[in-house]
Design a protein around this ligand. Sequence first.
Ligand SMILES: *[C@@H]1O[C@H](CO)[C@@H](O)[C@H](O)[C@H]1NC(C)=O
Ligand SMILES: *[C@@H]1O[C@H](CO)[C@@H](O)[C@H](O)[C@H]1NC(C)=O
Length: 187
Amino acid sequence: MAFFRSGLLWAIMFLTIYGVWAATSTSDTIIKPCNDSLDRNFCISSLSKSPGALQADLAQLSIIAVHLCIEEVKPVYDFIVHLRERNPNVSGLTDCVELLEDTKDELHDSESKLRRLSDANFNEYVADVMTCLSAGETNQDTCVTGLQETHASQTLLSAVKAKTDYLSLLIGDALVVVNKIADQGHI
Ligand SMILES: *[C@@H]1O[C@H](CO)[C@@H](O)[C@H](O)[C@H]1NC(C)=O
Ligand SMILES: *[C@@H]1O[C@H](CO)[C@@H](O)[C@H](O)[C@H]1NC(C)=O
């Protein structure tokens, strides 16, 4: 009985430790760039949760990070198109739709260049991707500033800002990964 009880205790302890390990499991490849992120913990947890990220090298991680942004940009874009249809008098929303279209293109362009990254095109492609992601990160701020200038309602402004800030945070995290690839100097 005593043995059974202590066996059970061990099992509970093991499962608890395993649970904590599984929840915080990450890799140095993820931590290193995320150390430069605006929100380190968000960066580590969002990247670590992505399929394949724990085993990924830096180049593979950059594709995973950009892919997360691509999954996020579509619902944000659809949301803003829908808002514009319901608020035709808020002129800033038309600019926002165009800016989000730019972000979408910049993200797809980045993903395709990262997938084709090689020693031969390294400097050119890494520089292009950094430019695209920086632009993609700022487009959302431009959208929000534009809405403020056209005196959009506070409700509308906060709704847009919540979604676009989240997207920009993800893009910023993709950028810190690409910056590490640039530091590394090769793939
Ligand atoms: C990340 O930053 C922490 C604390 O700032 C530091 O201890 C750690 O060594 C860094 N990790 C990597 C992989 O650079
Ligand atoms: C747009 O119209 C709504 C009501 O239809 C109004 O509440 C809002 O203030 C208007 N916004 C602008 C920027 O004119």
